[in-house]
Ligand binder design. Structure first.
Ligand code: CIZ
Ligand code: SF4
Length: 319
C-alpha cells in the first residue's frame, strides 16, 4: 500500500516534469484509471483515448491499454512520443488478423468496402477504408449500407454478426474473436438472472450472440455506462471485462453490479473475465517508462498516412 502510494506520487511528479498526459482504458487496473483522471488525462474507450491524445497539448502520451491503442495514438500524433507500460500488451483480435492474410482476403473481394475494428494493427488499418469502434460501428455501417456499399468486416465475428443483424447490411466476415468476451456463457447467465430477477443485463457486443440475445442493453463500454445510469433498476449483470466494474460502481454508488459468468468459472469464482493483456499495465510500468522514456511506440512512417485515413474518417463521422 505504501509502495503504491509512493509510485503514484512519483508518477504525478514525472507527468508534470516531462510534460506528459496519461490516457487509460476502462479495462486497466483502477489505480491507472484514477490516476489518469486525477492528473488531467482520461479514462475511456479506444475512440476517445485516440481523440484526446490527438487534441492534447502534451508532447508525451502515456497509453495504458493495449498495443493497438498506442499505435492509433502514434498514427494520429506522429510528432509526439507515445509510451506504453508494456509493449507486449496485445489483443487476440489484433493477433488473429495478420496483415498479409488480411490483405489477401481483401484482394479476393475488391467490390467490398473494408471496415475494420479499432482492435487491429497499423498495417491492417492501412489496408482498410473505414475504422470503427463498438461505439460507432452501427452508425457507420448503417450509413454505408444506405449508400449501397457491400462490406468486408474484420476482425471480431461476434460484433460483426450483431451489426449485420441490426442493420441488415451485406457483410462478409473475418473469423476473429476477443478471448475475454467470447467466454461469456448464456446458460450460466440465465441462472444468475434467476438469482437476481430484478437485475438488468448489460452486454458488450464482442460477446457470443446467445449472450447478446439475453441483454437489456447491448453496446460499447460507453453505452454500458450510460445504460447503467439510465435504466430503471438497482441491480445489473454485466458482460464485459471486469475492469469496467470500477467506473460502473464509482458512478453508481446506490446500485449493485454482478459480473456475468464465463466458461471455466461459473461454479467457482464467477468473476474471471479480465483481459490478460490489459492486466500487463501497472503503476510500476508507468513510472518506469516516464522516468526512462522506454517502450516508445513505433509505427513505420511509410504506412502512417495510409493508416490515418480510415481513422480520420471515423473521427470526422463521430465529431
Ligand atoms: O474490448 C475492447 O478492447 C474495447 C472495448 C476496446 C475499445 O474500443 O475501447
Ligand atoms: Fe482485445 Fe478482448 Fe483484450 Fe479488448 S478485452 S484488448 S478485445 S483481447
Amino acid at each position: 500500500e505504501a509502495e503504491r502510494g509512493a509510485l503514484k506520487d512519483k508518477i504525478r511528479r514525472l507527468l508534470k516534469e516531462k510534460n506528459a498526459v496519461m490516457v487509460s482504458h476502462y479495462y486497466v487496473h483502477p489505480d491507472l484509471q484514477d490516476l489518469a483522471e486525477e492528473t488531467g488525462g482520461i479514462v475511456s474507450d479506444s475512440l476517445e483515448m485516440a481523440r484526446f491524445g490527438r487534441d492534447h497539448a502534451a508532447q508525451t502520451l502515456i497509453v495504458s491499454g493495449v498495443r493497438f491503442m498506442g499505435e492509433t495514438a502514434k498514427i494520429l500524433s506522429p510528432e509526439k512520443t507515445v509510451l506504453m507500460p508494456d509493449l507486449d500488451a496485445t489483443c487476440s483480435l489484433d493477433l488473429g488478423c495478420p496483415e498479409d492474410e488480411f490483405s489477401a482476403f481483401c484482394d479476393q473481394h475488391p467490390d467490398r468496402t473494408v471496415v475494420v475494428y479499432a482492435n487491429t494493427s497499423a498495417a491492417v488499418k492501412a489496408r482498410s477504408d473505414w475504422l470503427v469502434t463498438s461505439s460507432c460501428a452501427l452508425d457507420i455501417v448503417s450509413a454505408l449500407k444506405a449508400k449501397g456499399h457491400k462490406i468486408l468486416w474484420a476482425p471480431d465475428r461476434h460484433l460483426g454478426g450483431y451489426i449485420q443483424q441490426q442493420t441488415g447490411a451485406d457483410m462478409l466476415f473475418w473469423n476473429g474473436a476477443c478471448i475475454v468476451h467470447d467466454e461469456f456463457k448464456a446458460l450460466e447467465l440465465e441462472q444468475l438472472k434467476q438469482e437476481h430477477p430484478g437485475a438488468k443485463i448489460l452486454v458488450h457486443p464482442e460477446s457470443p450472440a446467445e449472450v447478446v440475445a439475453l441483454a437489456d442493453a447491448v453496446g460499447s463500454t460507453s453505452a454500458i455506462l450510460k445504460a447503467a445510469q439510465e435504466l430503471d433498476a438497482t441491480e445489473f449483470i454485466v458482460a464485459t471485462d471486469k475492469g469496467m466494474m470500477h467506473k460502473l460502481r464509482t458512478l453508481n454508488p446506490g446500485k449493485t453490479f454482478y459480473e456475468a459468468p464465463t466458461a471455466g468459472n461459473s461454479a467457482t469464482c464467477k468473476s474471471c473475465a479480465h483481459c490478460p493483456w490489459m492486466a500487463m499495465n501497472g503503476l510500476a510500468g508507468v513510472a518506469h517508462v516516464l522516468e526512462t522514456g522506454a517502450n516508445a511506440v513505433h509505427v513505420d512512417p511509410a504506412i502512417i498516412p495510409r493508416a490515418r485515413q480510415p481513422i480520420d474518417r471515423m473521427l470526422a463521422f463521430t465529431a
